[in-house]
Design a protein around this ligand. Sequence first.
Ligand SMILES: [Zn+2]
Length: 187
Amino acid sequence: MENYYAALNYKDTLENDNDHIIVKIQLHGEKESVTINTMIDSGATEDFIDREVCDKHGIKMIKAKNPREIYLGGGKPSAMGPVTHMTKVPMDISSHRELATFQVANLQNQEVILGMTWLREHNPRINWNDKRITFNSKRCTTWCLKSSPVANAVPEDKALEGNLITRFSKVQAKKGPTTKNGPTANH
Ligand SMILES: [Zn+2]
């Protein structure tokens, strides 16, 4: 496991629009469900979730047998690692549902990164011009899809802003459904 190589195309600002796309995902933690804008990044060799996101939303972490470093493109160990835990959490992208596996890392500007492991597994068709993802692999049409196979991407500026709001919001305990307009009687 020493040769583990994440080769994350990790930059503070993303200049290259061609190797990533952002989509809205829903993670269903034990404490609550959370919606996060997430990068699908073909430059990452694996799928990562931020440790704070796991803590905050009650996403249960499982201790890995061997801690592994994360290496950046230049070969230096990244401050994001080492990876000591992984997690399995139900995840929705539009109507695509799966039990996703992530390596838990200290991601600095991202909450979740879907990398090559996920891309290979589900093999979605990505239209880079329309910023649209279609889940049309046999696996997805058989196992993952509830209805429409299409998910639209989120514009990058909106995605980052939305995630900051989620990150700094208070944790709310899972309650029953609430409505802003007060309860409505249906009887
Ligand atoms: Zn799938």
